[in-house]
Design a protein around this ligand. Structure first.
Ligand code: CU
Length: 161
């Protein structure tokens, strides 16, 4: 009796260990957009940002920052003391994957009320559906120095495009 309950306990412990190892292996092989860098590397982010700006530059500037109308649904915004680059102009009702990365320190992005921490070299991703008109608020929510309170980006929605 004592022996069989001991072996049942051992069997239970081994089963639990195997289940835990299995879960861990499953978790490690899944992608975790918001833990593991938004699913893309810092290099892919930089290349995507450059391509988006080159293809979608409207020629307009806000305080020297280009206003870009992206040609596709993957869009890129870089946080750098103390601005978000570039300014965006989106299509009404369109869905986007917004990739964000800090260039120079700890920032965060509060986008339409959702916040992601931004650490240098680590890409984050938020899905975003543009409203029918108006704008999508974006600003830094993590104190990052003297210019923090003015670290506000621009995401406008352009009806009629
Ligand atoms: Cu800040």
């Amino acid at each position: 009796m004592r022996e069989s309950s001991g072996s049942a306990t051992r069997f239970g412990a081994i089963a639990l260990l195997l289940a835990t190892a299995g879960l861990l292996a499953f978790w490690l092989t899944q992608s975790h957009p918001n833990d593991a860098g938004g699913g893309i590397t810092a290099q892919a982010f930089a290349a995507g940002l450059e391509t988006m700006v080159a293809a979608g530059d409207t020629g307009r500037r806000i305080d020297g920052t280009p206003v870009v109308h992206p040609k596709q649904g993957d869009i890129y915004v870089r946080a750098v003391r103390w601005a978000f680059y570039p300014a965006l102009e989106l299509d009404p009702g369109q869905s986007y994957r917004l990739y964000l990365m800090s260039e120079d320190g700890v920032h965060s992005a509060v986008v339409a009320g959702r916040e992601v921490m931004l650490l240098p070299g680590q890409v984050q991703m938020l899905t975003l559906r543009a409203p029918q008109d108006g704008h999508v608020p974006i600003q830094c929510g993590e104190y990052c120095g003297l210019g923090h309170s003015k670290m506000i980006g621009s995401i406008e929605v352009a009806p009629g495009h």
